[in-house]
Ligand binder design. Structure first.
Ligand SMILES: [Zn+2]
Length: 420
């Protein structure tokens, strides 16, 4: 058993408790509330921290293990190389206070197995397998022959799965189930950095979208839809997806529709800001296009917050290495876009599991019976929300009741993780 006493306990949902205590029994929480009312138990490991809160959720991760986001890297990076890099990135994420990741395409389904068997240390990963999309869409690798793309998908390196027509879409969902998917990811519009597919065009017709959502539902799987343009957002929401990813160009009528359907949004602003930070390092025409897109995306984020659509944190980091660990910057971004500090923390914690629909675990809240995924911060994030984007400020991490990060801890496996 473990006991964590804190100056402030932020439960993830509900009102913060000054002088709060969390008690962990095995893998779950047995008490979370005022220190004054906490049961006193002998022989228990105790810790004293400034702030205790639930471990955060990154609801739009990609474990690709490649040096860039270009799909060509799929073929040119040997699998063992990408696997070890992805294992390091998962470890970095956990050390940054993210005890869970919803992985929207990549090798996360395999990392889950390695983490659960204890081979590597990382967050709980709920992987999608390959992201589904139609021929010529955002899941396609347009610049290579189709046979090359299909061979690659069949080789187990399928971050992307191309399917056309209802039958093929149903089979594609089943193929993700076959490799252990716990969420289905679809690309329901084009992308912003793609060669041919346009972010304003929707992808998949209504019959295909419905077939995917219905087939996924048989296995209690939620569907997350990558959508930039309005037509794709509307079609995906009407088909019954659980989350809209990016949600870049949402207008007011569409916000009403999302509220009516109970659809959540994962805005992934971190990825937009990361590309903008590359000014001078990427071709200027790409940067200019991204800057124009970023303005629309920001308005859509503000509108989603104003409308009260449930929102979750997702960083959408596509390359290995940098900027893993800064995923929590998204929380401060939500505050800039209009959330209260408490709402932004809820987006990073309690809202996370909801993006998995029926498979949502009891996580993201400091509450009796919930998973003991708990973090300590060296300050009060209700006063300095940027602390959640800085791994140095996340001083302790418990995952499933196990202490996996302590102050001054040095990692023998990934030396770059040693505190500076
Ligand atoms: Zn993504």
């Amino acid at each position: 058993m473990k006991r964590i006493d804190a100056d402030i306990l932020i439960p993830g949902q509900g009102t913060p408790v000054p002088n709060g205590t969390v008690i962990i029994e095995g893998t779950s929480i047995s008490y979370a509330g005022p220190t004054a009312e906490a049961p006193s138990l002998p022989h228990i490991d105790s810790y004293r921290v400034p702030t205790v809160m639930p471990g955060m959720w990154d609801c739009h991760a990609h474990f690709f293990g490649t040096e860039g986001a270009d799909l060509t890297y799929l073929a040119t990076t040997p699998t063992p190389v990408s696997a070890v890099r992805a294992a390091r990135d998962a470890h970095t994420l956990l050390m940054a206070g993210f005890t869970s990741a919803r992985e929207m395409g990549g090798i996360g389904v395999y990392l889950t197995r390695l983490i659960e068997e204890g081979t590597i240390v990382g967050p709980n990963i709920y992987g999608a397998g390959g992201a589904l999309g139609p021929t010529g869409g955002h899941s396609d690798i347009h610049w290579m022959p189709e046979s090359w793309r299909d061979d690659l998908a069949a080789s187990g390196k399928g971050w992307v799965t191309v399917c056309d027509g209802v039958e093929a879409c149903i089979k594609a969902v089943r193929q993700q189930l076959r490799i252990g998917a716990q969420i289905i990811k679809i690309n329901a519009t084009g992308g912003t950095m793609s060669m041919f597919d346009n972010p304003n065009h929707r992808q998949f017709n209504d019959a295909e979208l419905r077939a995917i959502v219905n087939e996924a539902a048989l296995a209690e799987l939620a569907v997350g839809a990558h959508c930039h343009g309005v037509s794709g957002i509307v079609a995906a929401a009407k088909a019954g997806v659980t989350t809209i990813e990016h949600n870049s160009m949402m207008d007011e009528p569409t916000a009403e529709l999302l509220l009516e359907m109970g659809t959540m949004v994962v805005p992934t602003r971190h990825a937009v800001d990361f590309i903008l930070s590359l000014k001078g390092q990427i071709p200027n025409e790409f940067w200019e296009a991204e800057a124009a897109f970023a303005e629309k995306h920001w308005r859509s984020l503000e509108l989603a917050i104003e409308a009260g659509i449930p929102i979750a944190v997702g960083a959408d980091i596509m390359q290995s290495g940098d900027p893993w660990g800064t995923n929590g910057k998204e929380v401060a971004t939500f505050v800039e876009a209009g959330m209260t500090h408490l709402e932004a923390i809820e987006a990073a914690t309690a809202n996370g599991p909801l993006t998995l629909g029926p498979r949502a675990p009891q996580s993201g809240i400091l509450k009796e019976g919930y998973d003991a995924d708990v973090i300590a911060i060296d300050t009060n994030p209700l006063k300095d929300i940027t602390a959640l984007g800085n791994p140095q400020r996340v001083t302790m991490v418990w995952k499933g009741g196990n202490l996996v990060k302590e102050p001054e801890q040095h990692s023998p496996v990934f030396p770059s993780m040693a505190p500076a």
